[in-house]
Write a protein that binds this ligand. Structure first.
Ligand code: ADP
Length: 278
């Protein structure tokens, strides 16, 4: 098979900047420790003791920045980024899905530094008997094999995400599977302010809006909900007299807050307080 990276088949460079990720301060520190510094050391031909955490699982409610931070870390360190885009992608590469998955990892090893990204990695955990179960069981064992083989590779990282940690097969959570497991919770009130501040420069928000104070009022909002809030407020701003330099003001946010509600139901939260231990 010719190289998918060379053919531009998969996206290889991400454009999400580290500063575009608001809040998540401790997660940023962890990813710097496990991915950024080791890759920098690799690029400088230095030996670095801390490069064993190469398979990282991010879990938590949807819309809290798991995908965003995975792309941002690849951008920060100039690593290639290969997203696994579901079975369709493997089918395109090869009819034999197991060998297609193997080739994906081979490509990553051939294009270091590289981050392989598996969004919703729980899809690999469908059991036989369920729809698509047989194929997924085969793929699941191949995925485990590939993850284990990475122990010997330098410069290849895997980031997996899941909104449903309760569905994961325990085998994925052993040292041979994902060997670093990080929780990405709903943002705290302060983090909500930081997220609004990070998103703000790309939107026309009036300088008079106190984004940190606004964050305090958005109880239960995820990062994606905060983007929705800004978009809704922008609609209210646009509905007023059409004017190109219109900015989003406090009164628009007030109206938007009456319409936008948290997307992550409170009763679902218990699923994310589920603690995964190695
Ligand atoms: P997840 O992968 O956790 O389901 P995403 O990373 O796809 O969530 O987030 C969806 C969108 O919400 C992002 O594209 C971004 O616009 C916004 N978002 C979420 N979290 C943050 C954050 N911490 N900082 C800035 N934007 C965020």
């Amino acid at each position: 098979m010719s190289c998918p990276l060379a053919r531009g088949r998969f996206s290889v460079q991400t454009i999400v900047k580290w500063e575009e990720v608001g809040g998540l301060l401790s997660l940023k520190k962890e990813l710097e420790k496990y991915i950024v510094y080791p890759i920098k050391a690799l690029k400088d031909n230095q030996d670095f003791w801390n490069d064993q955490w190469t398979r990282i699982l991010l879990y938590g409610p949807p819309g809290c920045g798991k995908t965003l931070i995975a792309k941002a870390v690849a951008n920060k360190v100039g690593a290639n980024f290969i997203p696994f885009q579901g079975l369709g992608m493997l089918c395109e590469v090869d009819k034999d899905l197991k060998s297609a998955l193997r080739k994906m990892f081979d490509e990553a090893r051939a294009h270091t530094p590289c981050i392989l990204f598996f969004d919703h990695v729980d899809v690999f955990c469908i059991k036989s008997g369920e729809k698509g179960g047989y194929v997924m069981e085969q793929l699941f064992s191949q995925l485990l094999l590939e993850l284990e083989k990475l122990e010997a590779a330098r410069g290849v990282y895997v980031i997996g995400t899941t909104n449903r940690p309760d569905l994961l097969d325990p085998a994925l959570l052993t040292r041979k599977g994902f060997n670093k497991i990080l929780h990405v919770p709903l943002p705290s009130p302060e983090e909500r302010g930081l997220i609004l501040t990070a998103i703000g420069p790309r939107k026309k928000i009036d300088v008079g809006v106190d984004l940190m104070a606004l964050g305090q009022r958005c109880e239960g909002f995820s990062g994606a909900d905060l983007v929705g809030l800004i978009d809704e407020a922008a609609m209210f701003a646009m509905e007023e007299v059409f004017c190109l330099d219109k900015t989003i003001k406090e009164e628009h946010f007030k109206k938007a807050l009456e319409k936008i509600t948290p997307s992550v139901w409170e009763k679902v939260h218990t699923c994310y307080t589920y603690v995964i231990t190695l």
